[in-house]
Design a protein around this ligand. Sequence first.
Ligand SMILES: C[S@@+](CC[C@H](N)C(=O)[O-])C[C@H]1O[C@@H](n2cnc3c(N)ncnc32)[C@H](O)[C@@H]1O
Length: 329
Amino acid sequence: MDFGNIHLYCGDAMELYSEWQAPVAIICDGPYGINGFPGDLVSYKGLGEWYEPHIKKWSSFATPLTTLWFWCTEVGWATVHPVLEKYGWDYVSCCVWDKGMGHVAGNTNTKTIRHLPVVTEVCVQYVKKPIFIVNEKQMTMKEWLRYEWGRTGLPFSKANEACGVKDAATRKYFTKCHLWYMPPAEAFEKIAIYANTFGEESGKPYFSLNGKTAITKKEWAQMRSKFYCPIGVTNVWRVPQLRGRERLKSNQKAIHLNQKPLELIKRTIEMVSDVGDVVWDPFAGLCTTAVASAALDRTCYCAEINHDVYDIAVKRVNDHLQDGFQCAL
Ligand SMILES: C[S@@+](CC[C@H](N)C(=O)[O-])C[C@H]1O[C@@H](n2cnc3c(N)ncnc32)[C@H](O)[C@@H]1O
């Protein structure tokens, strides 16, 4: 079902990725390994194998602009993390959703429970690191920048002259150590122009991917994911579990136990994308991501495998579009 730029699919996400535009953000809120909803795994132990084909697909469609938010339990994420790394996803930060005491109050027998009450989930930020291939060898951006400048025959100190700074360019953009920074687009452009003007003639072009022209400022800006840090927000998200009219119910019972607060999904989208950017949610449930994306003017692709859940989600998105997102904002 399409609502303008919001595309909802009923089916297995694995069969759908190839129909979707490349993502700037992927919101992954799939199986947790806690038997939490029909189709969830009963244990976290099989999560790595379960997610692997999906992660492989995301890697093939993602670009260096893409951020992945991976929702799970702590141990579920720990199990899947090596698989994410295997397919080129770089860990950035782990955010903890603290649902607070209200989540367990009146529900916990401390005489019998053998661990502390669990009131958290994690939402972990990954980015797709760019890989540069030179003579069939893979290089990170840091390695490639040094390699390209090295080819020019110019001393590394000349990068400062290229950027019009005293020593910051060589120190930040060409260091081998952990204090390395990716050059901003303006600095990169200056470096590339300088290298292609003063570098050895035989090696030109420098800082090029196509062997004909140097990467432009605009192209360089696309080589890393976006991030807009909201003021006053840390990696601990103290937001109560859904209740009230946002929680979708049937006969007083929650329709989907894993429906996420819109506030949190909107936050994750806003932090890593701009208006018009593409957001994926392969395990969409009640399509909270679609509602958030529509409210934020993003293009969105969602898949939900369960027909009953999908039908309710379609109605939900339609209702939000009709009421001008009064519930979503
Ligand atoms: C944790 S829930 C998502 C909840 C959602 N974030 C929300 O706010 O409503 C995961 C959903 O993924 C769906 N699912 C599981 N495997 C799937 C697959 N291969 N393709 C599409 N959906 C899938 C499940 O039916 C379930 O509704």
